[in-house]
Design a binder for this molecule. Structure first.
Ligand code: ADP
Ligand code: ASP
Ligand code: MG
Length: 413
């Protein structure tokens, strides 16, 4: 008997009708002769509402209390789905993370899963029950409730699949797979049947919400079969994430990803001398703030400006941390730009094809779109642009790299 972990995201469990539909999807897997463990997110919008309450009371505080509130939505969904399963004759039991437990480190709002004890879930399975596990939640060594980062129930599901040695992990969401670009912004985007772990990881890290980056990292490390499917349609089609070496070469560029989750920060007039960057990174590391696309440029004789991209949720903490060591870091001012979108072009072809960066820049120039920052690595190139240029930029790049559905159909015809 195969064992599958099925994960259902916020839209898939957004109301009682959807929960009842999800229960039927689970029943079908059981009828097919498989064992099933389930991981659920909160109903769509609930986590935002919970985080909103915390922010209204204590803005920008990242404490265990925040995580107690933020993780509440998953408790409700786990219970309701177990009830929906019982209603259609399937034995089920809900589990909160502390009951399993799912051990994490102590980083409030962004903890990492360290260890899962699979015993309780295995016992539940052997009793013929469907265990319904609340995603996103963890338990720290100190016994505190944690959460594992927004979008993190994907990672709970893969971690559960690792702990249970499951045969596959299916992530059910509101799109029927991973597309060449976000299908909500680029209607001509194409669903990909298969995708290598590395490309999927780059996509997730660059902001493609469809999978949480850590879940891809974990699936890759433990060789977990991972699929992305829609819970809203009955289509069996989806995307399977597979070993990179098994991916048929799909060309130079395979996807265009965007993120509106980041802001540009500039530290102005820092002294141009050894040790300044070291101090800056030490402060950021201590405050657990990730900075991306870091560049430095000459501002005036003996001084530099440092630019970088940070998560918008970290802006206030960034300012507080920087101003707390202003004398040590020796900057004159901080500028924050929120009118910024990051667009990332991903593909193995970037390793060898030097024409790709030129085509990216030329395509944006032809649209009259100004690039602010550029970062490139072996298999991706990111640029930042004004937010209002995002849609035209995605559309033009998608077309320039022949990723459009129409283009492929024409080629095949
Ligand atoms: P869930 O609540 O099920 O976890 P998410 O909202 O986290 O769902 O992720 C699904 C969303 O990811 C889709 O609705 C889609 O807008 C977005 N998305 C961004 N990039 C892509 C992509 N390349 N392919 C598919 N979906 C994408
Ligand atoms: N409910 C959490 C969130 O909204 C976790 C998840 O959906 O994966 O971020
Ligand atoms: Mg998600």
């Amino acid at each position: 008997m195969a064992l599958f972990v099925l994960k259902f995201g916020g839209t898939s469990v957004a109301n009682l009708a959807r929960l009842e539909h999800v229960a039927k999807v689970i029943r079908q897997e059981i009828i097919n002769g498989n064992q099933v463990a389930v991981v659920v997110s909160a109903m769509a919008g609930i986590t935002d509402q919970m985080v909103g309450y915390c922010q209204a009371l204590c803005p920008h505080e990242q404490t265990p209390e925040h995580d107690v509130v933020a993780s509440a939505g998953e408790q409700v969904t786990a219970g309701l789905l177990a009830l929906s399963l019982k209603k259609i004759g399937i034995k089920a039991r809900s589990y909160l993370s502390w009951q399993i437990p799912i051990h994490t480190d102590s980083t409030a709002t962004d903890a990492r899963i360290l260890h899962i004890n699979p015993e309780k879930i295995q016992q539940s399975l052997s009793k013929g029950e469907v265990p319904v596990i609340a995603g996103f939640q963890g338990l720290s060594r100190e016994g505190l409730i944690t959460t594992i980062g927004r979008g993190g129930s994907d990672t709970t599901a893969v971690a559960m699949a690792v702990a249970l040695k499951a045969d596959r992990c299916d992530i059910y969401t509101d799109v029927d797979g991973v597309y060449t670009a976000d299908p909500r912004l680029v209607p001509s985007a194409r669903r990909q049947d298969t995708l290598g772990y590395n490309e999927m990881f780059e996509m997730a890290s660059a902001g493609a919400k469809v999978l949480h980056p850590r879940c891809v990292e974990m699936a890759m490390k433990h060789n977990i079969r991972l699929r992305v499917l829609s819970s809203l349609t009955d289509s069996p089609k989806g995307t399977e994430i597979i070993e990179d070496k098994l991916v048929v070469d799909q060309g130079n560029v395979t996807s265009i990803v965007h993120s509106l989750q980041e802001a540009k920060v500039t530290l102005k007039n820092m002294q141009n001398q050894p040790g300044v960057a070291a101090k800056l990174y030490t402060n950021l590391g201590n405050a657990n703030i990730l900075i991306d696309m870091m560049t430095q440029s000459h501002s005036r004789e003996g001084y530099i400006d440092m630019d970088g991209m940070i998560n918008r949720n970290d802006i206030e903490r960034f300012q507080t941390t920087m101003f707390a060591s202003k004398d040590n870091l020796s900057f004159s001012d901080i500028a924050i730009d929120k009118n910024v979108a990051k667009v990332t072009v991903i593909g193995m072809g970037l390793r060898s094809n030097m024409d790709i960066p030129a085509l990216i820049c030329r395509t944006l120039a032809n649209e009259g779109i100004n690039i602010h920052m550029i970062y490139s690595s072996e298999i991706k190139m990111s640029v930042t642009i004004n937010q209002q240029s995002l849609k035209p930029a995605l559309t033009a790049l998608h077309k320039a790299f022949a990723l459009d559905q129409n283009y492929i159909e024409k080629e095949v015809a």
